[in-house]
Design a protein around this ligand. Structure first.
Ligand code: NAD
Ligand code: UDP
Length: 311
C-alpha cells in the first residue's frame, strides 16, 4: 500500500478520489485550503486510520514522504476562479512548482489535473491531445487557462530536466455528487434551479456545447493514468465524448426533475467556448478506458443527491 497526497482533496473530484484511495487501503493525505472545498465532502473519511486532512495552501511549500501525488488544488468553476484571479494563477503555477519540487525531492510520481480549457475556444473539433488550442492570454478566463497551461509546461520541464515521473490528464466537464450548491457550473446550477422550480439560466443562446462526464468514470481513468509505466507522461484526454448543447442539457434536467421552471436567457460570459468534445482515442488505446455512465443515468444520480438542498 502506498502513501498518497491529494491536493484539493476536499473538493468535488478530490473527495471522490480520496474515498476510492482510502477504500483501496492506501494511506491518504488530503491537503486543502477549503477555498471551494469543504470538510463535509470528506466527513465520511474522518476517523479512518488511513486518512488525514491537512489545511494548507499549495502556494506555499509542503513536505511529506509520499509515493504518489495527485495535484488537484485549484478552483474549477469559472465563477469561483474569477473571484481572485491572481490567487488562481498562483495556485496553478506556484502550486505546480511546490508539488513538483516535493515529487523531485521524495522521488514520488505526480499527476496533474489539467483541463480541456487549455484548448480554449477550439477551432479543431473534437479536440485531440495534439491540438495546441486557441486561448485568449489576457481575458477573464486566462487566469485559469494560462495557469493550467503553464502548469503543464512545468510538469514537462521537471520531467525533462529532473526526470520527475509525471502524468498529465486533461479533464473535460465533470459532474456528480458533492459539487457544492454555490459552485456555479452548469449542471449543478440547472439541477438546483429545476428542483426549486426557479428560472433556469441559460447563458447566451444555449447552442454552445459541452461533453459531460460522470465523476466515477473520471476517477477510474485518473487512477489508470497514475498506474501507467514510468515512461508515459501524457497529456491524455479524460472525458465523455457525447456532446450536448446547453439547451439540450436544460431540457433533460427539466424532464428528469418534472420541474415547472421556465428557461431564461442571460448574457454569455466572456470567452465562453462555443464547442467542446474530447477525442479519447488515445485513452482507449493506452488505458483500455472509456466512460460507462451516460448523461441521463448520471443526471438521475446527481438530482437525487441535490434533493437534500431543497426544503
Ligand atoms: P473544486 O473547486 O471542487 O475543487 C478544488 C479544490 O482545490 C477545492 O477543495 C479547493 O478548496 C482546493 N484549493 C483551491 N485552491 C487551493 C490552494 N491554493 N491550496 C490548496 N487547496 C486549494 O473543483 P473540482 O471540479 O473538484 O476540480 C478539481 C481539479 O480538477 C482542479 O484542478 C480542476 O482544474 C480540475 N478539472 C476539473 C474539471 C471539472 O469539470 N470538474 C474539468 C477540468 C479540470
Ligand atoms: N452556463 C449556463 N448557465 C449556467 C451556468 C453555465 O448556460 O447557469 C453555460 C456556460 O456559459 C457554458 C456552459 O454552460 O457555456 C458550461 O459552463 P460551466 O461553467 O459549467 O463550465 P465551462 O465548460 O464553461 O468551464
Amino acid at each position: 500500500m502506498k502513501t498518497i497526497l491529494v491536493t484539493g482533496g476536499a473538493g468535488f473530484i478530490g473527495s471522490h478520489l480520496c474515498t476510492r484511495l482510502v477504500n483501496e487501503g492506501h494511506d491518504v493525505i488530503c491537503l486543502d485550503n477549503f477555498f471551494t472545498g469543504s470538510k463535509n465532502n470528506v466527513a465520511h473519511l474522518a476517523g479512518k486510520y488511513n486518512f488525514e486532512l491537512v489545511r494548507h495552501d499549495v502556494v506555499f511549500p509542503y513536505f511529506a514522504e509520499v509515493d504518489e501525488i495527485y495535484n488537484l488544488a485549484c478552483p474549477a468553476s469559472p465563477i469561483q476562479y474569477q473571484i481572485d484571479p491572481i490567487q488562481t494563477v498562483k495556485t496553478s503555477v506556484m502550486g505546480a512548482i511546490n508539488m513538483l519540487g516535493l515529487a523531485n525531492r521524495v522521488k514520488a510520481k505526480i499527476l496533474q489535473a489539467s483541463t480541456s480549457e487549455i484548448y480554449g475556444d477550439p477551432v479543431i473539433h473534437p479536440q485531440p491531445e495534439s491540438y495546441w488550442g486557441n486561448v485568449n492570454p489576457v481575458g477573464f478566463r486566462s487566469c485559469y487557462d494560462e495557469g493550467k497551461r503553464c502548469a503543464e509546461t512545468l510538469f514537462m520541464d521537471y520531467h525533462r530536466q529532473n526526470h520527475v515521473r509525471i502524468k498529465i490528464i486533461r479533464i473535460f466537464n465533470t459532474y456528480g455528487p458533492r459539487m457544492l450548491p454555490n459552485d456555479g457550473r452548469v449542471v449543478s446550477n440547472f439541477i438546483l434551479q429545476a428542483l426549486k422550480n426557479e428560472d433556469i439560466t441559460i447563458y447566451g443562446s444555449g447552442n454552445q456545447t459541452r461533453s459531460f462526464q460522470y465523476v466515477d468514470d473520471l476517477i477510474e481513468g485518473m487512477i489508470r493514468v497514475m498506474n501507467t509505466d514510468d515512461g508515459f507522461t501524457g497529456p491524455i484526454n479524460i472525458g465523455n465524448p457525447n456532446e450536448f448543447s446547453i439547451s439540450e442539457l436544460a431540457e433533460k434536467i427539466v424532464e428528469i426533475t418534472g420541474s415547472r421552471s421556465k428557461i431564461v436567457y442571460k448574457p454569455l460570459p466572456h470567452d465562453d467556448p462555443k464547442q467542446r468534445q474530447p477525442d479519447i482515442t488515445f485513452a482507449k488505446d493506452v488505458l483500455g478506458w472509456e466512460p460507462k455512465v451516460q448523461l441521463q443515468e448520471g443526471l438521475i444520480q446527481m438530482v437525487d443527491y441535490f434533493k437534500k438542498y431543497v426544503v
